[in-house]
Design a protein around this ligand. Structure first.
Ligand SMILES: [Zn+2]
Length: 188
């Protein structure tokens, strides 16, 4: 396959006709400038300016017959980013792996996309002659970001844990209102 596809001006229909597969792998060390250019919104989610370490993605396209029998382009996106964020438990840096895996189907116009998107498991988008695939990759990764980033196991002693344990102990020691009521009743 000699055809080259630009991920920023992506011809979904042409790719799907040839079952094209596109892949990209960028690392901070090798492609720092490109990472900043393509994924600036992801970079702002990192805890430091160099915190977006890697972004890689693979896209597989294909045609499938639609409800009207006409071929529709489908696109399977798998994406992954390595990004340094601040752990919300111990407040030190945590290297977080963010992944996205989603199917998209393309229809002829926005109105059809809006109606069919609600009824479909896959995401339904309107077919554009020049589609920005990189933006889609970034959108999906942003949506997959953890709301509360955390280490699986924090590397440092969490300073608030002792306080939390004491608080929990106080809660457990205090009788519930129902227990207090029961004691009151038996006392009578
Ligand atoms: Zn932590």
């Amino acid at each position: 396959m000699s055809t080259s596809y630009s991920p920023e001006q992506f011809d979904v229909m042409a790719c799907a006709r040839s079952n094209a597969r596109l892949t990209s792998m960028m690392t901070r060390d090798a492609d720092g400038a490109a990472l900043t250019r393509f994924f600036s919104r992801l970079e702002t989610e990192a805890s430091d300016p160099q915190g977006l370490a890697t972004v890689s993605w693979a896209v597989q396209t294909e045609l499938r017959p639609g409800a009207d029998g006409q071929p529709q382009p489908w696109l399977h996106l798998e994406a992954e980013a390595g990004i340094r964020m601040t752990c919300q438990r111990c407040l030190t840096a945590a290297d977080v792996r963010v992944t996205a895996d989603r199917w998209f189907r393309f229809v002829t116009d926005e109105a059809t996309a809006a109606v069919e998107d609600d009824e479909s498991d896959e995401d339904v988008l309107a077919l554009e002659p020049r589609f920005n695939l990189v933006q889609l990759v970034e959108d999906e990764l942003l949506m997959a970001m953890p709301l509360v980033p955390m280490h699986t196991a924090c590397p440092v002693e969490v300073p608030t844990s002792a306080g939390e344990e004491e608080f929990q102990a106080v809660l457990e020691a205090r009788p519930s209102p129902f227990e207090a009521l029961a004691q009151l009743k038996t006392a009578r």
